[in-house]
Design a protein around this ligand. Structure first.
Ligand code: FO1
Ligand code: 5AD
Ligand code: MET
Ligand code: SF4
Length: 362
């Protein structure tokens, strides 16, 4: 299986292997977070953004040709008294209620919401599911030892038990889900293997994992881990290969192209089995603001040289575009989008399907 994947495409034979991405804008309700991960440059106390701010972001996204809005925030938002006060003033029951309103607004504007706000309970998922297309949360690692190290010393929510409980809750509620590993935060090879095996087990039980991100830790100044080096390319390549060998074949491996700065590095990660570039945004990455994305056209051109073809996808992968996986509210929006993405208009080859090489039937 690995050998087959490593071949990539054969441009001379007219065969190209598909690599997908989503055109996506990010909306940050708040940067406030009760945790302090040692690598994080995102968390800082900020008030909750108003719905007008959300609407302005969605309009920018639609104008830039996005289909998805990634809604991302810190964790434990309800612990901040000033945010609770804002919620009450605006007539929201709690943060989840506010997020539902943000999602409905996104749908009205023509964007499919993908929510990544960290740990959630089964009840949280049940309440949010009606209004979003997909959700996600990085498992990051299953290492308990890192709970005593700079990475997670001040982040009890990153305990593997909490993370795995969230992934299982999402499975029970049937939410199309994205998760991933954060590579280079002090974990061992055994930790990487254990985390991937845990995701594989959860997927075999619930079938809800769309994709697994292999995300390189990127050091940021003024964080506890500023002096730690990021992982080298050979570590990333080996982790992608391990992911491909461990995860069921219907789980796609995502690499963020902006955190993999050289074209040669991206090529090696694709040859190791990665098949998705994640959300490519017209605006800066809120987690790694110094790592700009290149245009989809740029990535498409470099992929073509290596025998791959870049396809636009939605935040919901094709096999999850069913009433089983989507609420009655969101399903029609996804179907409508799916038709426009298939018929395409951004100049690149587009298809609704994420994993099937274009040359294959079906
Ligand atoms: O721009 C980013 N997008 C991130 N995404 C979004 C991703 O690029 C796309 O939104 C998904 O592939 C859905 O299309 C995440 C989504 C998740 O569900 C979980 C974690 C991440 C992490 C990042 C990230 O660090 N930066
Ligand atoms: C959105 C996701 O980004 C990851 N994340 C947070 N900080 C960093 C960093 N410095 N480098 C890479 N990934 C990071 C976390 O795992 C989070 O879940
Ligand atoms: C902004 S980081 C992404 C969401 C959440 N705080 C987490 O760490 O999982
Ligand atoms: S990575 Fe997420 S949980 Fe950790 S400090 Fe940053 S915002 Fe909070």
């Amino acid at each position: 299986m690995t050998a087959n994947i490593q071949l990539g495409g054969h441009p001379d034979l007219g065969e190209s292997v598909g690599v997908t991405y989503s055109r996506s804008i990010t909306f940050i309700p708040t940067y406030s977070c009760v945790f302090a991960c040692g690598y994080c440059a995102f968390a800082r106390p900020t008030p909750l953004a108003g719905l007008e701010e959300a609407a302005a972001c969605f309009i920018r996204g639609v104008q830039a040709g996005c289909h998805e809005v990634l809604i991302m925030s810190g964790e434990g938002v309800m612990a901040f008294p000033s945010i609770r006060q804002q919620l009450t003033q605006w007539g929201f029951q709690d943060y989840n209620d506010y997020l539902s309103a943000v999602c409905r607004l996104a749908l009205d504007h023509g964007l499919l919401p993908h929510i990544n706000i960290g740990n959630q309970s089964e009840l949280d998922f049940r309440r949010l599911r009606p209004f979003c297309a997909s959700m996600g949360m990085m498992l990051e690692t299953t290492s308990v030892a890192l709970m005593r190290h700079p990475a997670h010393r001040h982040a009890p929510g990153k305990h593997p038990q909490a993370r795995l409980a969230t992934l299982a809750a999402a499975g029970r509620v049937r939410v199309p889900f994205t998760t991933g590993l954060l590579v280079g935060i002090g974990e061992t090879w055994a930790d990487r293997q254990a985390a991937l095996s845990a995701v594989a087990t959860l997927h075999r039980q619930y079938g809800h994992i769309q994709e697994v991100i292999i995300q390189p830790f990127t050091p940021h100044p003024r964080t506890a881990m500023a002096a730690y080096p990021g992982p080298d390319l050979s570590t990333l390549v080996k982790t992608v290969r391990m992911a491909r060998d461990t995860l069921p074949p219907d789980v796609v491996i995502q690499i963020p192209p902006n955190l993999t700065p050289s074209a040669e590095a991206r090529r090696q990660l694709l040859l190791a089995g990665a098949r998705d570039f994640g959300g490519i945004s017209p605006e800066p990455d809120h987690i790694n603001p110094d790592e700009p994305w290149l245009s989809p056209e740029h990535y498409a051109a470099e992929l073509a040289e290596w025998g791959f073809v870049l396809h636009l996808r939605l935040p919901v992968y094709p096999r999850f575009q069913t009433p089983q996986w989507l609420s009655p509210t969101v399903y029609p929006y996804v179907c409508a989008k799916s038709a426009t993405v298939t018929n395409g208009g951004n100049g690149l080859q587009e298809q609704a399907s994420g994993v099937v090489p274009r040359s294959q039937p079906g």
